[in-house]
Design a protein around this ligand. Sequence first.
Ligand SMILES: C[S@@+](CC[C@H](N)C(=O)[O-])C[C@H]1O[C@@H](n2cnc3c(N)ncnc32)[C@H](O)[C@@H]1O
Length: 456
Amino acid sequence: MKKMVPVEKNQNYDVDITDLTYQGLGVAKIDDFPIFIENALPTENVTMKVIKVKKNFAFGRVVKINQKSKDRVELVDKAYTQTGIAPLQHLKYDAQLKFKQHQIQVDFDKMKLDVTVNPTIGMDDPTHYRNKAQIPVRSINGQLQTGFYRKHSHDLVPIEDFYIQDPKIDEAVVVVRDILRKFRVQPYDEQTNKGVVRNIMVRRGHYSHEMMIVLITRTEKLPSSSEIVAEIEQSLPEVKSIVQNVNPEKTNALMGKKNKVLAGKSTIEDTLLGLKFDISASSFYQVNPVQTEKLYDLATKKADLSADDVVIDAYCGIGTISLSMARVAKQVYGVEIVPEAVEDAKKNAKLNNLTNVHFVTGKAETQMAKWQEDGLKPDVISVDPPRKGLDASLIDSVVKMQPKRVVYVSCNPATLARDVKLFTEQGYQVNQPIQPVDQFPQTVHVESITVLERGH
Ligand SMILES: C[S@@+](CC[C@H](N)C(=O)[O-])C[C@H]1O[C@@H](n2cnc3c(N)ncnc32)[C@H](O)[C@@H]1O
């Protein structure tokens, strides 16, 4: 018999919120039918309006909060929720940290894996932490605007204070926006795939204060390029690198393949754990420098390295974890898919006088198989993959190499739990608590370190 949907679109209902999804939505149930509600917290009772009904669930919007959670804090700005910049801004920071710890536990429970998850290591000031901004540039009522997209859309909401970014970066975005306005540069139009500037990317070294501005354009030609560059340099003395990245495609991917240095260096420098790093426009670099130092310090400690150890660092980026470990180990091998990042990694080894590292450009899964076939016997393997986690073939190669320990740095607990399950089926165990480190306060993202040890 067809199940009745117990709610109707545009109708109001009073509901108790019983859970919070991994996306930070409150969950209510009417006759077992789940409704997901933005800006609603467990233990609350809210009046909500149903805004979308699907076959097995619905979405609602809070009309009124009838009973507040003790973990609720006032919204700083509703635009941060609308755009998804800070979807947990209404949750006390302590409760955010517990939510992330719980999220990992839930994903491991789903895989029937018995693990302990430590409390999340948080920040003293969980705002203004990001060292990088990627800001869309669009036209609103004929004027060039910067801001962020409303969730699930490409409608730009103008924003100047991004709340979770380094305020110096917010200032720089406004300065660059005004310079682009002055020279009447055409913002990108997604509908027609016309216009020039798609995005402004800004990176700022937390310690060095060196700033990089990347103008991501659809076209090779950037009209008034030299005047724009001169004004940026004059207005923002911290800028040490101005790059144009060309992305002609009609795509959601932010950056194109081609980078042109318009002024200064092709990289900026920053420091992590006393090591110097050169960072190119296209290279990955963790966005929360304060927490990254805690994360890498812990990852290195958990690797429990001795001076005789050989290490593989897979998904090594510009060599941040590799170099941290090379200070202790005998030899480190790194593999990374982005060629610019590998160039940076090689330069960074030299910059820090570390000669016991070797970096390879390629897919981690292919290179790991090759190292295994070549008879490399690492003592420890570190992996720090993107959100999709590890390829099953990479796990097979790792297991065949029999390292005594695998240190898994993850930004997605669901793929982490899936991968850990595969490791445990092949003789590896999680003996120590998983350690979450909050890299992304005010958001639902969860970063953690797991150590897998070879059983006897
Ligand atoms: C989460 S980042 C970690 C980078 C580095 N460990 C760090 O913390 O700075 C993941 C890295 O994996 C790289 N990557 C993505 N897919 C890859 C693959 N199949 N093989 C190797 N590297 C890959 C990305 O370019 C990115 O640099």
